[in-house]
Design a protein around this ligand. Structure first.
Ligand code: ATP
Ligand code: MG
Length: 322
């Protein structure tokens, strides 16, 4: 068995709201190897961000991790003290977000914010500022930006700063939650290149996007989430050439293709209310195959499908594949 960098087992996360318990993530298991880029895709509300936050034990209230293990190297993240977690955050595991303004302080200069992460982890002040300049260069920003405030930069430049901070320690894992969604395609491409550079230097990538075609460009593996469940997981080529779950097939059919006359098919219906998710397979009310085949009645709508490995490294949770 190859040792994985991150091994998530049976992760379940609920949000306890006044309006009811939202079963946001249920029994999700996956692993990320060293230097592997794994992209999580799925419609809005499928639980991608919730899983991303859980990896650093940062699920926001009223969310609670109710079950599971998150093994990073040899440690279960969920059993670490706050002190131990602080050691890991920003150093071994870094995180970037859709809106870099959420992680940057609007009142402090860029240079101070980059240096701060290093100083927090024990690097001398002078060295930290030197390194901050190098990091800015690395993300293709001029050195003098060190004395700028976040509002003096464009959205793409701010995201570069966030990546510079994330790069400060050559983290083992980068968690990127829709880091390019707010950017135009050219800037998006440049940011994807930077994340690729990090990977080339040995970092594993946990990437969240709702855009499966963006995921397909750079990832090694794709994880498909639907309504809090991981429904399919595999190598990019397996997912693209041999998608097994009807939801993955629907997602792929909904991608516009400039070069073909292919008909774009939106997925009919809406994701379910996770306070009261459908019985059996959560996708069954929208599943085109369930609708077509009466023989599936009493199976898909009753029993939860378990994830099984269909071919090497290709997992699916669907009653059509047993
Ligand atoms: N703070 C919260 N309180 C209550 N429910 C929440 C909270 N945050 C998320 N949820 C619910 O948990 C589920 C998963 O949300 P999550 O943000 O993880 O989805 P996502 O896949 O990242 O979606 P998006 O693509 O829109 O970012 C959703 O049903 C959402 O409504
Ligand atoms: Mg999200």
């Amino acid at each position: 068995m190859i040792k994985m960098l991150l091994d998530v087992k049976n992760l379940s996360i609920y949000y306890y709201t006044l309006a009811g318990t939202v079963k946001a993530v249920e029994n999700v298991s996956f692993a990320i190897g060293k230097r592997e880029w794994v992209s999580f895709v799925g419609e809005s509300g499928s639980g991608k961000s919730t899983v991303a936050y859980a990896i650093l034990n940062l699920v926001p209230s009223p969310g609670q991790i109710i079950n599971g293990k998150i093994i990073f190297e040899d440690k279960n993240i969920l059993e670490l003290t706050n002190e131990e977690l602080r050691e890991i955050r920003g150093k071994e595991i870094s995180m970037i977000f859709q809106d870099p303004m959420t992680s940057l302080d609007p009142l402090r200069k860029i240079g101070d914010q980059i240096a701060e992460v290093m100083i927090e982890h024990g690097i001398e002040k002078e060295e930290a500022y030197e390194k901050a300049k190098e990091l800015l260069k690395k993300v293709n920003l001029p050195e003098d930006r060190i004395s700028y405030y976040p509002h003096q930069l464009s959205g793409g430049q701010r995201q570069r700063v966030a990546i510079a901070i994330a790069m400060a320690f050559n983290p083992k894992l980068l968690i990127a939650d829709e880091p390019t969604t707010a950017l135009d395609v050219i800037v998006q491409d440049a940011i994807m290149d930077l994340i690729g550079t990090l990977k080339d230097e040995g970092t594993s990538i946990f990437f969240v996007t709702h855009d499966i075609s963006l995921a397909a460009e750079r990832s090694d593996k794709i994880a498909v989430m639907y309504a809090g469940k991981l429904v399919e997981f595999g190598r990019v080529e397996q997912i693209l050439e041999n998608p097994l779950h009807p939801y993955t097939q629907s997602l792929l059919a909904s991608v516009p293709d400039l070069w073909s006359e292919k008909e774009i098919k939106a997925i009919p219906g809406y994701p379910p209310d996770l306070r009261n998710p459908p019985s059996g397979c959560r996708f069954h009310p929208r599943c085109p195959i369930f609708k077509e085949k009466p023989a599936l009645k009493g199976i898909c709508d009753v029993t939860e499908p378990k994830a099984i490995e269909i071919e090497k490294e290709h997992f699916v949770a669907c009653h059509l594949h047993r």
